[in-house]
Write a protein that binds this ligand. Structure first.
Ligand code: PBG
Length: 327
């Protein structure tokens, strides 16, 4: 007697049957490419811990966006690195700021390409925290929320298609929604970094963006990696406040939460395959310890399998290229 698994064995060797029963599929249009736009860079500046990723001057951001569009990627996610930082992070909501100019330039040239913007203050503050500080150096929630909302509106005004707050303050989604609505951007959706954990995996990003906290850490506002149910609660709160999409970040060690958030809501779920996760794969591949293409495809597929509709990854361009080669 043949067991059900044995019966399928011969056919599984055929690509046609593998295709027929495949549950998840890697697709370029579900991948989002993060880009770092720098106000001071004059040429592409390599980021040591992220081989293949660079801080880009404005013209080069447009070149990258053009490539992302040509590869059929779903969107780009913009991060700004301003020339001047201050205590409040005021360059974040400057209508002439580095991200605002990049958004406008990309939308002018590539109107079809979706532009998502990271909305946070950490790249803009001298102390590197995600908000404004009160007494004793503690981030003040409400004062920060007000500035985050102002920043989101400024991005929308510049032409951002989707705004993505990553600061993790309480009530920011509601505040951003209200501000966008009253300023005439009722149709700009919010992708909330909802389940965002305190993580060692952000190390290379902070080098890239120059956003390491000058003192202390982000434990006051980011989630404890030990707490899964709290992450789901945060996601549900963001949904209730008006988020249109929810994000889990980092991705690889948080597959359980991608699944849990997916099951807890009917909103699209994004997973952010962060800088440290990228760095590990690149380092191991460079040493010849793993096959880069196979490893990346397995990782990205697994995030979709866990429940992510959208995957944000520094591997996005490579993955899209490999997908087009194999089809
Ligand atoms: C800003 C922000 C961070 C990342 C995305 N948005 C850094 C942080 O929270 O310290 C990390 C992305 C990555 O590591 O790739 N708050």
């Amino acid at each position: 007697m043949a067991f059900p698994t044995t019966r399928m064995r011969r056919l599984r060797a055929s690509p046609a049957l593998r295709g027929l029963v495949r549950e998840t599929e890697l697709r370029a249009d579900r991948l989002v490419l993060p880009l770092f736009v720098s106000e001071t860079a004059t040429t592409r500046e390599p980021i040591e811990a992220m081989p293949g990723v660079e801080r880009l001057p404005l013209e080069e951001v447009i070149a990258e966006a053009r490539e992302a569009a040509a590869l059929g990627l779903g969107a780009v996610l913009l991060f700004g690195i301003p020339a001047e930082k201050d205590l409040e992070g005021s360059a974040a909501w400057d209508d002439e700021g580095v991200v605002q100019r990049a958004i406008a330039a990309i939308k002018r040239e590539l109107p079809q390409l979706l532009v998502i913007t990271d909305v946070c203050l950490c790249e803009y503050t001298t102390h590197g925290h995600c908000g404004v500080l009160g007494e004793e150096g503690v981030v003040e929630n409400d004062a920060t929320v007000e500035r985050i909302a102002r920043t989101a509106v400024s991005h929308a005004r510049a032409g951002a298609d989707i705004v993505a707050p990553s600061d993790m303050m309480d009530g920011r989604v509601r505040a951003i929604r209200a501000e966008l609505d009253s300023e005439g951007y009722a149709e700009t959706p919010i992708l909330a970094y909802s389940a965002k954990f305190v993580s060692a995996f952000y190390g290379p990003f902070r080098e890239a963006a120059g956003s390491s906290p000058a003192f202390g850490d982000r434990r006051g506002y980011q989630l404890d990696p030990a707490n899964g149910r709290e992450a789901v609660r945060e996601a549900l709160l963001d949904a209730e406040e008006g988020a249109d999409m929810l994000m889990v970040k980092p991705a690889l060690a948080y597959g359980d939460l991608i699944r849990a958030v997916k099951q807890a809501t009917a909103l699209p779920v994004a997973a952010y395959n962060v800088s440290g996760e990228y760095a590990m794969v690149k380092a191991a591949a460079a040493a010849g310890y793993v096959d880069e293409r196979a490893t990346v495809c397995e990782i990205l597929t697994s995030l979709h399998r866990a429940g992510a509709d959208i995957v944000i990854s520094y591997h996005a361009k490579d993955a899209a290229r490999w997908l087009s080669e194999s089809s």
